[in-house]
Design a protein around this ligand. Structure first.
Ligand SMILES: [Zn+2]
Length: 70
């Protein structure tokens, strides 16, 4: 599958990162999917951290409750 270079309009490989005709850097779909995966990874890390903090806080509140009873 071939696409046209947006700079010089020559036919180039779809996965080419640099146009062989005008040497311009090209935006590849691979880069977009990578940044999307990175965003998902960051989001997952944030959610995991939130769950871990929530669990720790719940454990802390529970142990303090036991301490108050005795
Ligand atoms: Zn080009």
């Amino acid at each position: 599958m071939r696409i046209r270079c947006p700079y010089c309009r020559e036919k180039i490989r779809k996965d080419a990162s640099i146009c062989p005709h005008c040497q311009q850097k090209l935006e590849s779909s691979n880069d977009n999917s990578l940044s999307f995966a990175t965003t998902l990874l960051l989001l997952g890390a944030m959610v995991s951290t939130g769950i871990a903090v929530g669990l720790l806080w719940g454990y802390y509140a529970e142990t303090r409750l036991w301490h108050d009873e005795t």
